[in-house]
Design a protein around this ligand. Structure first.
Ligand code: FAD
Length: 387
C-alpha cells in the first residue's frame, strides 16, 4: 500500500470523486479513501437538480454520459401558496439548452465510481478514515481497510467526507443553523404531467419542489420536523391527498407515490475552508438547505477550483500555505453568495406574516416582468455567484 501521496482525498462521494477525476493525467499520486463498498443498491433516494454549469463540468470530467436517467428542466415555475405573484424562468430566455437537470444521487455516484475505478489505482472503497492530523510538512490519515489499520501521509489532505472528520481539525470552526425542518422525499406520479417543468412552491410551512424525473416528479417537501414524521407515517392515499392540498391543482391529482425518506435540514459551514495541509470541499465546507438546489452545484465548483489550484502549483508547493490561501480566497465570493441566497430564501419563504407575503408576491411579480432580472437570477443559479 502507498505510504505517501501528493493528494489524499477523504470521501469518494460526489465532491471527492469529482476532484479525483479533475486531477487525472496530471502525473500526481492521488489517493481516494471511501467508506462505502457497495455501489450497486440505489440506497439514497435523493434527487439532485444540477445546473447547466454543473453539466458542463461533469462533461469535462467525462462522466456526464454515464449518468443514467438525467431529465432536463426547461422551465421553473415559482409561486407561493395563498398569495399572489408567480415567476417563470425559461431556458430559452436564459440562452441555454436547459436550466438544469434532475439526476438521482445514486445514479450520479455510480457514474463517478465507475469512472474512478477505470482510472485510479489508488481508489480504495471500504476504507474508513478514523483519524486526521497534520504537521507543517504533510497531513496524516489513519484508516481501516480489509480488516487492518493503515496510515498514509500526503502533501495535501482534502476533506470531502461531508464534514465527519472536522472535529479533529484545529483552527476550523463549524457554524450550524438548525432550521428545525426536514425534507420528505419520494417519486410521485400525477394526473396531468408537464414534461421538463420544475415547480417551486413556497408555503408558510416551508418550500415544496417537484422536479421532473422521467414521466413523473421527484418531490422535495420541506416541513417542520414533527410534521415530516407524520407525513412519513401516512398511508399512500392520505399522503397524496395532503400533497395535493399543499401543492394545489396545477398538475391535477397525485396518483402514486414511491418509497418515502426524510433528511433533517440545517445550514453548516466551516470557516476557514483550509487548515494546515488540509482543504475542505463539498458538504465538508458547507451543507445547505436544498431549497435553491445549490449544494452539490457549489461543491462541484469547490472540487473544480481546488483541482485547478493543485494542477497549477509546482509539485513541491501542493498543500503549502500559498496554494491553500489562493484556494480559500478564490472560493469566498461564490460560497458566501450561495449561503446567503439560500438562507434568505428559507427565512423569507417559510412564514405566514402578511407583510412578508405581500413583499414576496411583489418580488415574484416584478421578477416575472423584468427579463434582465430573470436572466440574472437564472445565470447565478446556473454558474454561481461569480457568474
Ligand atoms: C434532501 C436533499 C436534497 C438535495 N438537493 C440538491 C439539489 O437539488 N441540488 C444540489 O446541487 N444539491 C442538493 N443537495 C445537496 C447534495 O446532496 C450535497 O451537496 C452533496 O451530496 C455533497 O457531496 P459531498 O461529496 O460533499 O458529500 P456526501 O454526499 O456527504 O459524500 C461524502 C462521502 O464521504 C464518505 N465518507 C464519510 N465519512 C468517511 C470516512 N470517515 N472515511 C471515508 N469516507 C467517508 C461517505 O461515504 C460519502 O460517500 C441535496 C441534499 C439533500 C439532503
Amino acid at each position: 500500500m502507498l505510504s505517501h501521496a501528493d493528494v489524499l482525498i477523504i470521501g469518494g462521494g460526489p465532491a471527492g470523486a469529482a476532484l479525483a477525476l479533475a486531477l487525472r493525467g496530471g502525473g500526481l499520486e492521488v489517493m481516494v479513501l471511501e467508506a462505502r463498498s457497495d455501489f450497486s443498491a440505489p440506497a439514497d433516494p435523493r434527487a439532485l437538480a444540477l445546473s447547466y454549469g454543473a453539466k458542463i463540468l461533469l462533461q469535462r470530467l467525462g462522466v456526464w454520459g454515464g449518468i443514467v436517467g438525467a431529465t432536463p428542466i426547461e422551465r421553473i415555475h415559482i409561486s407561493q401558496r395563498g398569495g399572489f405573484g408567480r415567476a417563470l424562468l425559461t431556458a430559452s430566455e436564459s440562452g441555454v439548452e436547459a436550466l438544469g437537470y434532475v439526476v438521482n444521487y445514486a445514479a450520479l455516484g455510480t457514474a463517478l465510481h465507475q469512472a474512478l475505478r477505470l482510472d485510479n489505482p489508488l481508489y480504495l472503497t471500504g476504507a474508513t478514515v478514523s483519524g486526521v492530523k497534520s504537521t507543517p510538512g504533510f497531513g496524516v490519515a489513519e484508516f481501516e481497510h480489509g480488516g487492518r489499520q493503515h496510515e498514509v501521509t500526503a502533501s495535501l489532505l482534502v476533506l470531502a467526507d461531508g464534514g465527519r472528520s472536522l472535529a479533529q481539525v484545529s483552527g476550523v470552526e463549524r457554524h450550524v443553523v438548525d432550521y428545525a425542518q426536514s425534507a420528505v422525499l419520494c417519486h410521485v406520479s400525477v394526473e396531468r404531467p408537464r414534461p421538463h417543468v420544475a415547480f417551486e412552491r413556497f408555503t408558510p410551512f416551508g418550500p415544496l419542489a417537484l422536479l421532473p424525473s422521467g414521466t413523473g416528479y421527484d418531490l422535495v417537501w420541506t416541513a417542520r420536523t414533527d410534521e415530516a414524521e407524520t407525513l412519513l407515517r401516512l398511508d399512500d392515499g392520505a399522503f397524496l391527498a395532503s400533497l395535493h392540498e399543499r401543492f394545489g391543482d396545477r398538475l391535477g391529482a397525485f396518483t402514486a407515490a414511491g418509497q418515502r425518506a426524510s433528511f433533517p435540514l440545517s445550514l453548516k459551514y466551516a470557516r476557514p475552508v483550509t487548515a494546515q495541509r488540509m482543504a475542505l470541499i463539498g458538504n465538508a465546507a458547507q451543507t445547505m438547505h436544498p431549497v435553491a438546489g445549490q449544494g452539490f452545484n457549489l461543491g462541484l465548483r469547490d472540487a473544480w477550483e481546488l483541482g485547478e489550484e493543485i494542477r497549477n502549483a509546482p509539485r513541491a508547493e501542493i498543500g503549502g500555505p500559498a496554494m491553500l490561501k489562493h484556494y480559500r480566497e478564490g472560493r469566498r465570493r461564490d460560497t458566501g453568495g450561495s449561503i446567503l441566497f439560500t438562507d434568505l430564501l428559507v427565512r423569507l419563504f417559510s412564514n405566514d406574516y402578511a407583510g412578508v407575503s405581500l413583499g414576496r408576491g411583489l418580488g415574484l411579480a416584478a421578477l416575472d416582468l423584468l427579463p434582465t432580472a430573470k436572466r440574472l437570477v437564472a445565470r447565478k443559479m446556473i454558474f454561481g455567484a461569480k457568474g
